[in-house]
Design a protein around this ligand. Structure first.
Ligand SMILES: NC(=O)c1ccc[n+]([C@@H]2O[C@H](COP(=O)([O-])OP(=O)(O)OC[C@H]3O[C@@H](n4cnc5c(N)ncnc54)[C@H](OP(=O)(O)O)[C@@H]3O)[C@@H](O)[C@H]2O)c1
Length: 284
């Protein structure tokens, strides 16, 4: 297999995942790709080579994820790059969404990702190398009204990735957390975006925000093929970045958030210090 890498990509039958798999195969890389529907994935990828391992995986099931990773390792003998891409949007104010809807989104966007990370790490640690790329969102840095639960899942991805990067650094494993802005995929279609089924009329701004996003479908500024090319380039770097912003909208929103945080925090030095014991060594 020469210098070619072995990739493990989740949520690969559409959108960014599908573009990634296609570009990787075109570049001669080996790819294990997961989907809830293996046949749809095979049809979408449209090629059948020894370098391509399509896998039917239920990300919320630890056993299903463990089997897929073991099969990838058995097939390609190692794993180099893991792209935790599968995810979907959920819109609604907190009181409009049910416990079940909220937990289901965490099952895919967060716990599915954790299942993959937990089961792939022993293989990466054994080789003292590897790169885990987690797809968060600009909503995991700066979210807007109407998307609290989606933001919560993507903030979770940010947080776990930041600490994971520190935890696995000494094993030679890199972590990158990606914050895309709006990209022209299936993300804003009913297949990938669920909205509160029982809207409460009082949440006018929430409705307006959802209406605005739905009209963006097909007109998003972000080109998925270009995003994927950047991901592949990032994975080839010896020292890849921890944070990767994709899209000029993501860049602008992230910088604005940093400014807002700077302004909000800088006024609090005195009150923050006022709660310390005197002469205590800081723990963190
Ligand atoms: N496009 C954007 O504007 C945008 C912006 C920020 C972040 N993102 C993030 O980028 C990632 C990829 O999204 P995309 O834009 O490529 O959207 P997409 O075209 O809708 O593709 C999403 C992929 O995630 C998987 N998926 C969706 N719902 C799922 C569910 N309920 N259970 C398990 N898997 C599910 C699907 O995999 P299978 O159908 O193959 O199982 C699908 O291939 C997501 O994590 C998304 O949150 C996208």
């Amino acid at each position: 297999m020469g210098n070619q890498k072995v990739w493990f990509v989740t949520g690969a039958s559409r959108g960014l995942g599908l573009s990634l798999v296609k570009q990787l195969l075109a570049a001669g890389e080996s790819v294990a790709a997961t989907s809830r529907n293996k046949q749809e994935l095979i049809n979408a990828v449209g090629q059948n080579t020894d370098h391509f391992l399509p896998l039917h995986v239920d990300l919320a099931s630890e056993e299903s994820v463990a089997r897929a990773i073991q099969k990838t390792h058995d097939t390609f003998r190692h794993i180099d790059v893991v792209v935790n891409n599968a995810g979907y949007g959920i819109g609604g104010s907190i009181e409009e969404l049910t416990d079940q809807e909220i937990r289901a989104s965490f099952d895919v966007n967060v716990f599915g990702m954790l299942n993959v990370i937990r089961h792939v790490l022993p293989f990466l640690r054994a080789r003292q190398s590897g790169h885990i790329i987690n797809i968060s969102s600009i909503a995991g840095i700066a979210a807007g009204t109407g998307w609290s639960i989606y933001a919560a899942t993507k903030f979770a991805v940010m947080g776990l990735s930041e600490v994971l990067a520190q935890d696995v650094k000494s094993f030679g494993i890199n972590v990158t957390v990606v914050a895309p802005g709006a990209f022209r995929t299936s993300f804003l279609t009913p297949e990938s975006l669920i909205l509160a089924k029982h809207p409460i009329a009082a949440y006018e701004d929430v409705r307006a925000s959802h209406a605005k996003y739905l009209t963006m479908d097909g007109a998003q500024a972000g080109d998925p093929e270009k995003a994927v090319a950047v991901l592949i380039q990032t994975a080839s770097q010896p020292n890849p970045p921890l944070y990767l912003l994709l899209g000029s909208d993501a860049y602008q929103r992230a910088l604005r958030k940093v400014e807002l945080l700077g302004d909000a925090f800088s006024t609090q030095e005195e009150v923050a210090a006022s709660t310390d014991f005197k002469q205590l060594t800081p723990l963190f």
